[in-house]
Design a protein around this ligand. Structure first.
Ligand code: HAM
Length: 427
């Protein structure tokens, strides 16, 4: 029979690898909880219109990468990112009524039909955060600084912040006109995609990797020169706060991100270039002061970021100990299985990590399994010993063995676990 395989670009995470995920997720949660953020969990499926309205119709994500489908009368999409859903929830639950500043974080799968490669998948996971209600640059600086600490905690080398400002809506509009004016005369030299973008979303041309586009944009006016006084003051403020925090950054005036909702602050963090390639972004984020209003809420500013969890795991060097149990209960013969199951349950209740091997295997093979699991103790449950109310407790480090009454089993096991693991007999 033909085996069924996972969907291309959607990966299984087996337990040894999942331990690395848990470690990075735990470090992220700890970072965010210490900053006063609370976890938000929003649906994986949202109305398609939510993403079209926020991310923007003429973006790659909305044009090419969404998993959208019709179900009965609803147009639905598997969420390609978390910001739009979080903002929808913020508006839907009128959260602004109960708190002036809201700090949320999230973790979970996102879906984009991209061409799969290392660090780029069709189902991937993000850890991310959003803050609503604080327009000032100190908020942006604190977020970027916290991210750098988090990356340090999980051992990402050479993390580097790229910082830009895309200005407010007026700045965007005036820059867009300047860009179109500069690129129209050379439009025929642009890639096909960018020729189309010239009328739909010209800012995206700045982000193109195509060499024809790279050549054409080399001499175009820079967005920086179009920033309003208020935008510039915000950006300068952000830089001052980052300097005060001692967080290094590089200003990149050509930074444009792939989502249309951004206003003012944009940032990306790159790192682990040797493992991920030079262009690979670990974290992307920025301000999106207009989204809450666009979704029918009040005029509440917002900023956030998201990091690809798979990329963080590739980049980080957290050491993860293999999964292990403390003890293995090894029933010898069918008649010992029920008693072994009860012992396993009682040991776990006493705090012992414990597996029962009820396959009906030989003692030798069960002891081999106990060693492979890294167990310190094996409890051999023989039918004859059981009839006398006893079991054999083997210390696999010292190779000693004692016969123990079943009602003393938990204390015998915990005492063994508490002894240093020497190869000498402990008795
Ligand atoms: P983004 O730049 O589209 O921003 O994605 C953020 C991060 O998610 C990327 O830097 C990357 O690490 C990871 N990522 C994106 N696509 C993939 C993929 N196909 N495979 C693996 N990893 C991927 C956002 O999603 C915004 N919602 C960030 C944000 C939050 N802005 C404001 N608040």
């Amino acid at each position: 029979m033909t085996p069924v395989r996972a969907v291309k670009g959607m990966n299984d995470v087996l337990p040894a690898e999942a331990r690395r995920w848990q470690q990075v997720e735990a470090a992220f949660r700890s970072t965010m909880e210490r900053l006063g953020y609370g976890e938000v969990r929003t649906p994986y499926v949202e109305p398609t219109g939510l993403f079209v309205r926020t991310i923007g119709e003429a973006t790659d994500v909305v044009e090419k990468e969404m998993y959208s489908f019709k179900h009965r009368d609803d147009e639905l999409t598997l969420r390609p990112e978390g910001t739009a859903g979080a903002a929808r929830a913020y508006v839907e639950h009128k959260v602004h009524n109960s708190e002036p500043i809201t700090r949320w974080y999230y973790t979970g799968p996102m879906f984009r039909a991209e061409r799969p490669q290392r660090g780029r998948y069709r189902q991937f996971s993000q850890v991310g955060a959003e803050v609503y209600g604080d327009a000032g640059p100190a908020c942006d600086a604190e977020m970027i600084d916290a991210l750098m600490r988090f990356l340090g905690d999980i051992g990402v080398p050479d993390a580097e912040v790229l910082l830009g400002s895309i200005g407010g809506p007026e700045t965007r509009a005036s820059y867009r006109d300047a860009l179109v004016a500069a690129l129209t005369p050379v439009a025929s030299t642009l890639s096909e995609d960018s020729q189309r973008r010239l009328s739909t979303n010209p800012l995206r041309i700045l982000d193109s990797k195509d060499p024809r586009d790279r050549a054409a944009v080399a001499d175009v006016p820079k967005l920086d020169a179009h920033l309003s006084d208020a935008d510039r003051a915000h950006f300068d403020g952000l830089r001052r706060h980052l300097d005060a925090l001692g967080t290094p950054y590089t200003v990149d005036t050509s930074l444009v991100r792939g989502l249309d909702y951004y206003t003012r602050t944009l940032f990306e963090i790159r790192g682990a270039k040797d493992k991920l390639g030079a262009g690979s972004t670990l974290v992307g984020g920025g301000r999106y002061d207009g989204m809450v209003k666009e979704l029918g809420g009040p005029d509440v500013p917002a900023i956030g970021f998201a990091a690809g969890l798979e990329r963080l795991i590739i980049a980080s060097d957290v050491a993860v100990a293999p999964a292990t149990v403390d003890a293995l209960v090894a029933p010898v013969g069918d008649g010992a299985v029920d008693a072994a199951l009860v012992m396993g349950r009682d040991l776990r209740a006493a705090g012992v990590r414990c597996e029962v091997d009820a396959r009906g295997a030989s003692v030798k093979s069960m002891l081999r399994r106990a060693n492979a699991l890294g167990a310190r103790v094996a409890i051999v449950v023989g039918e004859r010993e059981l009839a006398e109310g006893a079991v054999d407790v083997k210390d696999l480090a010292s190779h000693s063995q004692v016969r123990v009454n079943i009602d003393k089993l938990a204390s015998a096991v915990t005492e063994t676990l508490a002894r240093p693991a020497t190869t000498e007999s402990a008795s």
